[in-house]
Design a protein around this ligand. Structure first.
Ligand SMILES: Cc1cc2nc3c(=O)[nH]c(=O)nc-3n(C[C@H](O)[C@H](O)[C@H](O)COP(=O)(O)OP(=O)(O)OC[C@H]3O[C@@H](n4cnc5c(N)ncnc54)[C@H](O)[C@@H]3O)c2cc1C
Ligand code: SF4
Length: 333
C-alpha cells in the first residue's frame, strides 16, 4: 500500500475545509473521508484508491437516528448499518430498509459499515478492482473490457458504451423506494439532494459516480414521514444465500385501497448502473387491481429498456420475476 497522512476530524467544518483542497471527490480523489473503511481500505489495498490524506470522521456527532418534528426520520452519516437495520422505528415504519440492509454483506461488515459509506460504495466489477486491466471508470479513456468480457454480474439498465458496472448497494435500493434525501455540508454551504439525483449514470464519464464535489461531507439522510398502512418488502436474488451481492433485487413500498394499488414506489437492485427507481413500473401499477397480471405488467414496464450483454441476458427475466414476486408477497402481507 502507498503512504498517506491520517487525521481525525474534530469538527465537520474542519473536515470539509481540508477535503475541499482536493482536486476531485470522484475516482482518483487525493483526500478521502474514512468511516467504516470496508470499501475504502479494500480499494487502497488494491491500489485502486490512492488518497494522500485520510480524514477519519468517526468522532463527529453524526451517529444518531432521530425522529424530526415533521415526522421525518434523520439518519446520521456514521450510523452503522447494523444499528440502522435494528432500530425499532426503522423495523416498524421502514421495514424495506431494515430488510435491505440485513440482506447485505455479513454481520461483521454491517457492524462497521456506515450510512454514508454505503451510499458511496463502489462497483464490484472485476476489472475495476484489478489495476492490471484497463477500465474507463478507474482510468478514463482506457476502455471497458467488461463489455466483451466477464459481465454476468453487471448492469442491464442505464449502461453506456463506456461502462456497464452495477451499483452494488442494497441499502440504496430501499432508500430509492422510500424517496430518501441526502444532506451534504460542502465548502459553499449545506445542500440537500434527492437520492434519485445523487448517483449519476455512467454516460461518457463513468469515473464520476455522484454529484459530490471536493469537500462535500454527507452529514445525514432523511426519510419522509412513514406511510400509514404501507406494505413494504425487499427481495434479493443472488448466487448463494448470504454474503453475496444481488443478481437482481426489488424494493416495494405500496398502499392498497379496496384491492387496488393507490400508491406504489418501486426500485430495483443488481441490474442498474445506479440504484434503479422505476417510474415506468409505478405508473403501470398505480390505480390498478393488485393481481398477478398487473404485477407482471409492471415488471415488463420496468425492464422494457434493458440492454443485456453477452453473459447477463438472464437478468431480464430474473428481475421481472423478482419484482413480480416482491409485489405479490407485499400485497399479501
Ligand atoms: C466482502 C464484502 C461484501 C459486501 N456485501 C455487500 C452486499 O451484499 N450488499 C451491500 O449493499 N453492500 C455490501 N458490501 C459493501 C458494504 O456495504 C460497504 O463496504 C459499506 O457500506 C461501506 O461503508 P463504510 O462506512 O465502511 O465506507 P468507507 O469504506 O469508510 O467509505 C466508502 C466511501 O465513502 C466515503 N465516505 C464515507 N463517509 C462519508 C461521508 N460522511 N461523506 C462523504 N464521503 C464519505 C469514503 O471517502 C469512501 O470513498 C460488502 C462489502 C464487502 C467488503
Ligand atoms: S464496466 Fe465500468 S467498471 Fe467495469 S471495466 Fe467497464 S468501465 Fe470499468
Amino acid at each position: 500500500m502507498h503512504t498517506f497522512e491520517f487525521t481525525r476530524a474534530e469538527s465537520a467544518a474542519d473536515a470539509v475545509q481540508t477535503a475541499a483542497r482536493a482536486k476531485t471527490a470522484q475516482q482518483g480523489a487525493d483526500v478521502r473521508f474514512i468511516a467504516g473503511g470496508t470499501t475504502l481500505v479494500d480499494l487502497m489495498k488494491l491500489d485502486v484508491e490512492m488518497p494522500s490524506r485520510l480524514i477519519d470522521i468517526n468522532r463527529l456527532p453524526l451517529d444518531k437516528v432521530e425522529e424530526m418534528a415533521g415526522g421525518e426520520l434523520k439518519i446520521g452519516a456514521t450510523v452503522r448499518n447494523s444499528d440502522l437495520a435494528h432500530h425499532p422505528k426503522v423495523q416498524r415504519d421502514y421495514a424495506v430498509l431494515s430488510q435491505a440492509i440485513l440482506s447485505g454483506a455479513s454481520a461483521q461488515l454491517r457492524n462497521m459499515a456506515t450510512t454514508a459509506g454505503n451510499l458511496l460504495q463502489r462497483t464490484r466489477c472485476l476489472y475495476f478492482r484489478d489495476n492490471a486491466m484497463p477500465c474507463n471508470k478507474r482510468e478514463p479513456g482506457t476502455g471497458c473490457p467488461a463489455i466483451t468480457g466477464s459481465n454476468r454480474m453487471l448492469a442491464i439498465l442505464g449502461t453506456s458504451e463506456h461502462c456497464i458496472a452495477t451499483n452494488p448497494s442494497d441499502m440504496c435500493v430501499a432508500m430509492a423506494a422510500l424517496e430518501a434525501t441526502i444532506h451534504v455540508q460542502g465548502a459553499k454551504g449545506a445542500r440537500s439532494i434527492p437520492i434519485g439525483d445523487f448517483h449519476l449514470l455512467p454516460g461518457s464519464t463513468p469515473q464520476r459516480e455522484t454529484v459530490l464535489e471536493p469537500g462535500d461531507l454527507i452529514t445525514h439522510v432523511t426519510l419522509p414521514p412513514p406511510r400509514p398502512g404501507s406494505k413494504q418488502l425487499y427481495l434479493k436474488l443472488r448466487d448463494r444465500a448470504s454474503y453475496e451481492f444481488a443478481l437482481a433485487s426489488a424494493a416495494v413500498v405500496m398502499n392498497l385501497t379496496g384491492g387496488n394499488v393507490s400508491y406504489v414506489r418501486i426500485a430495483l437492485g443488481g441490474v442498474g448502473t445506479k440504484p434503479w427507481r422505476s417510474p415506468e413500473a409505478e405508473a403501470a401499477l398505480t390505480g390498478k387491481a393488485a393481481n398477478a397480471a398487473n404485477f407482471r405488467q409492471a415488471a415488463e414496464a420496468a425492464l422494457r429498456n434493458a440492454r443485456p450483454q453477452s453473459e447477463n441476458n438472464f437478468k431480464i427475466e430474473l428481475a421481472k420475476r423478482c419484482l413480480t414476486h416482491a409485489l405479490h408477497t407485499a400485497a399479501k402481507s
